[in-house]
Write a protein that binds this ligand. Structure first.
Ligand code: CO
Length: 239
């Protein structure tokens, strides 16, 4: 079953140059960059709602992205669909005679499992499938101790933190403005002080939405990103 479009991979000659359009002109947020040595590629991630744009710059002359640009120029390189469970989808495609580059999934970034279909399957479009562990199997309820995102009105604010209490009067969260999260994570990573998460109370009249910090098919949860960056859990740091 297809869950959604996970990301769109776009081959570029020069990341910095193309970010002037995707980030500066179009206004997408640059969430990070990463070098994948095995693929000979440098990747910039730009979330766009439930999906994201990935700009791919070759870091070697013999990398697949360099070959792609050599043959076809810059442009859309692949489209990746998120699936709940990847192997059954591959089996079904194979049985239907669809040419596959991977008949069994391989390890992708961030603990994912990925597989590519042959571009001939889709009239020249390289299609990738990705299965992200845990995206489909999370409880819907929100309980104290859960990492959450709180959307507020009057004025509009977004808060990230760990839910401490929730009753008719309002919501208590130990956390911070969402805009400070990246800076806080960097601080923890470097062992510095500065931003201190605090216990925040918001009356129900200001609450628009309370969501689990659970990530999407395309983007891991903030608290999962935190573990990968700092090697510590948010609960451990908050105490
Ligand atoms: Co990709």
């Amino acid at each position: 079953m297809i869950v959604g479009i996970d990301h769109i991979g776009i081959a570029v000659r020069n990341l910095e140059e193309r970010l002037r359009f995707w980030r500066d002109a179009l206004g997408l947020r640059l969430a990070g960059t990463e070098s994948v040595e095995s693929e000979g590629v440098r990747v910039a991630f730009l979330p766009a709602g439930e999906t994201r744009v990935e700009l791919l710059e070759a870091s070697r002359d013999d990398s697949p992205v360099a070959k792609f640009i050599g043959k076809r120029g810059e442009g859309i390189h692949h489209v990746t669909f998120a699936v709940a469970s990847i192997q059954p989808v591959l089996d079904r495609l194979k049985a239907a005679g669809v040419p596959l580059l991977d008949e069994t999934p391989r390890e992708g970034a961030e603990g994912t499992r990925v597989a590519f279909l042959h571009p001939a399957a889709a009239g020249g479009v390289l299609v990738e499938l990705v299965e992200r562990a845990g995206v489909a199997a999370r409880p819907a309820g929100i309980a104290p101790g859960d990492a959450v995102l709180l959307y507020l009105r009057d004025p509009q604010e977004k808060i990230w933190g760990v839910l401490r209490e929730r009753d008719a009067a309002g919501i208590t969260i130990e956390g911070m403005d969402l805009a400070s999260f990246d800076a806080w994570m960097s601080q923890v990573e470097r062992g510095e002080d500065g931003i201190v998460p605090s216990l925040l109370f918001f009356p129900m009249s200001r609450v628009e939405r309370l969501l689990l910090d659970r990530g999407t098919p395309s983007l891991p949860a903030l608290s999962e990103g935190f573990v990968r960056r700092t090697g510590r859990t948010v609960r451990d740091v908050l105490g």
